[in-house]
Write a protein that binds this ligand. Structure first.
Ligand code: 5RP
Length: 231
């Protein structure tokens, strides 16, 4: 296992300690979230944790969690999620995030906004002073608007790439939409950018998660660091 993978696993396992019997747990997407899901499954199997249900943020997460025997549920049965544990692509000092590297940003944001607590798990390489420095911003668009939304993002100053899957075909989200990866470089005003994107009809969702994380658990060479909202 590389150091980065080790840091991700450490962060995931530290975050899972907050999950208690009776909780509804939002299950994130991506390689770091997968460590948390694997850990939850292990605790359930050994009987150290009981009586939880997970709400998955994507088809791959649903498949992994159900293959590992985690009981799953939906918003039809639960109005609120007690805790969501998810990864991120970039984290700034205010705990704002870029997410969507795995293409699940829409359902991840729905889960996070319905959660009492949102715990983000990352390796220390994901921390940055300004979002956009390390990772392009994923923007989910409806296929009909692809070309005009691409030009719109370019007009805002981004270099824009249509995301492809492993066989070099356009990547489709769980909702059959497309992802434009918009490289703005370091973003000066994330709230202003988020607002512009939210007013654009063809944009289904964007990967700026602002004021959503309640805490970030960081795995790194010095062990675990917990960053909390408002200090
Ligand atoms: C998926 C996400 C992921 O949480 C994010 O891309 C981090 O992934 P990884 O843990 O594999 O680095 O937002 O849409």
């Amino acid at each position: 296992m590389t150091k980065t993978e080790e840091y991700k696993r450490m962060a995931a396992e530290a975050a899972v300690e907050a999950v208690k019997p009776g909780m509804v747990v939002g299950l994130g997407t991506g390689s770091t979230a997968n460590y948390a899901i694997t850990r939850l499954a292990k605790l359930l199997k050994s009987g150290e944790l009981t009586d939880i249900v997970g709400i998955p943020s994507s088809v791959p997460t649903n498949d992994l969690a159900s293959s590992l025997g985690i009981p799953l549920s939906t918003f039809a049965d639960h109005a609120k999620i007690d805790i969501t544990i998810d990864g991120a692509d970039e984290v700034d000092p205010d705990l704002n995030l870029i997410k969507g590297g795995g293409g699940a940003l829409l359902q991840e944001k729905i889960l996070a906004q319905a959660s009492l607590r949102v715990v983000i798990i990352v390796d220390e390489g994901k921390l940055s002073d300004k979002l956009g420095t390390r990772f392009p911003l994923p923007v989910e668009v409806v296929p009909f608007g692809l070309h005009t939304e691409k030009r719109f993002l370019e007009g805002l100053g981004a270099k824009v790439t249509l995301r492809e899957n492993v066989i070099a075909k356009p990547f489709r989200t769980d909702h059959r939409n497309l992802i434009l990866d918009a490289d703005f470089g370091p973003i000066e005003d994330v709230r202003a950018l988020a607002e512009k994107l939210e007013h654009r009809a063809g944009v289904v969702e964007h990967g700026l998660f602002l004021g959503i994380a309640t805490e970030v658990v960081v795995g790194g060479k010095n062990g675990i660091t917990r960053l909390k909202k408002n200090g």
